[in-house]
Design a protein around this ligand. Structure first.
Ligand SMILES: Nc1nc2c(c(=O)[nH]1)N=C([C@H](O)[C@H](O)COP(=O)(O)OP(=O)(O)OP(=O)(O)O)CN2
Length: 176
């Protein structure tokens, strides 16, 4: 079996307001790394000419654009975090920089949301690839790995078409 593995770094800020930790409820940031593992739906063998599953550029360009343009330096907030309302009232022009999640933006949830988003890109581009595993290194000592069907793990909130992780676009909220 051959798979393609791509890694991207990004900076982020977040806070977790539904747990009991005061330090997690204070807005803070991390330099994170996301690693995605892609398999081909129908790859049989190298062809003796190009000898690739899919060219790297074809497989990763949209995903890396999403991480670089939308996720890097975004502020991750739960949709019911009062800071969302604060931005609406005081800095509406920055709303597109908020990455909004159903419940706290933990690394577990982001792993599921990012896999869903990436699979939307790969499907829309008819790449023949799908992401079957994702790892997010939140800090040098904490990593979350997800394998499986993200829709079985993501909390039910709004209709599917109102969820940014179900769309093959650069959105990270319903504001962007
Ligand atoms: N299950 C989860 N628990 C925690 C998450 C999470 O996403 N999933 N996130 C946090 C906070 O974001 C926190 O800033 C990071 O965790 P922490 O363990 O404090 O990170 P450190 O690198 O400082 O860990 P060390 O123990 O110093 O190695 C908290 N929990």
């Amino acid at each position: 079996m051959l798979e393609l593995v791509f890694t991207r770094r990004f900076a982020m800020a977040h806070r977790l307001i539904h747990g009991s930790s005061e330090i997690c409820a204070t807005p803070h940031g991390h330099n994170e790394e996301v690693k995605v593992y892609l398999k081909s739906q129908n790859f049989k063998a190298l062809d003796g000419k190009m000898n690739v599953v899919v060219p790297f550029q074809q497989a990763k360009t949209t995903w890396h654009r999403f991480i670089d343009q939308s996720v890097d330096h975004a502020f991750q907030l739960a949709e019911n975090d009062p800071l969302v309302e604060w931005f609406k009232q005081h800095e509406p022009k920055r709303l597109p920089r908020l990455l909004i999640t159903p419940g706290d933006p933990t690394t577990e949830l982001l792993a599921c949301l990012f896999m869903s988003k990436l699979n939307c890109f790969l499907s829309a581009e008819q790449s023949g690839l799908y992401c079957h595993q994702i790892e997010i290194m939140e800090t040098p000592t904490n990593t979350v790995r997800f394998m499986g069907n993200p829709s079985e793990f993501i909390p039910n909130c709004r209709p599917s078409d109102q969820c940014w992780w179900n769309r093959a676009d650069m959105s990270i909220s319903e504001f962007s």
